[in-house]
Design a protein around this ligand. Sequence first.
Ligand code: SAM
Length: 223
Amino acid sequence: MEQEILKARYTQQEITRKYNWIAPIYDLFGVLMESKYRQRALEIAAIRNGEKVLEVALGTGLNFVEILKRNPNGWVDGVDVSMKMVAKARNKICKTGQRNYTLHLCDCRHLPFEDEAFDVVMNQYLLDILPVEDFIPILLEFKRVLKGGGRIVLVNMTKGERWLNQIYEGIYRLKPPLLAGCRGVMAQPFLKKIGFDQFQREFVSQLGFPSEVVRGMKRNGSG
Ligand SMILES: C[S@@+](CC[C@H](N)C(=O)[O-])C[C@H]1O[C@@H](n2cnc3c(N)ncnc32)[C@H](O)[C@@H]1O
């Protein structure tokens, strides 16, 4: 696992407070910097109508409404720790008219679901704000609720190879008070360490912002 991951900027308490504060304007960043990746993640997840899907850290629901659209006869659960983000998501999701979902206000370190409950677990732009020592316990929790043969699809800010992509991590090092505090990570080695396989990883930049989409599969009978 030879990658330099910068120290997380905020504690969980500060992160929750920050997203409560940023919720009213979050969609601006979400659409400008991240829409291309969201689209790609949905293609890679290849959700089939009728599946059970979990989105962790659903934020304002930008991705959640897209999952629902693709899964009118299935079930979708969403989890987030920020009350204000969940409230924004709820408003957006209500407008779809669909009823096949539940939103949960909770920390993803302890998901309120049975083992092997989901066909797909999606999570976007969360690991890149959390302390690196939390990655494995959190990913193990995602794995616990995923069925054998199920797929995990993660999107993160990642390391950029070109100077334009490196600007964002440069800004992170400068500690500007306004940005939410994400830095580049590569999730695949962590997933590999806990037994996921059949990886697919793509890198795309949007306005120079470097993100990765990583898909892994949980082996049947791997706990
Ligand atoms: C950068 S936003 C991404 C939101 C959404 N996934 C998207 O792509 O638009 C990070 C989200 O993670 C949520 N979050 C932070 N820590 C969390 C935790 N421990 N458990 C669940 N959600 C968390 C925040 O409240 C926020 O909504």
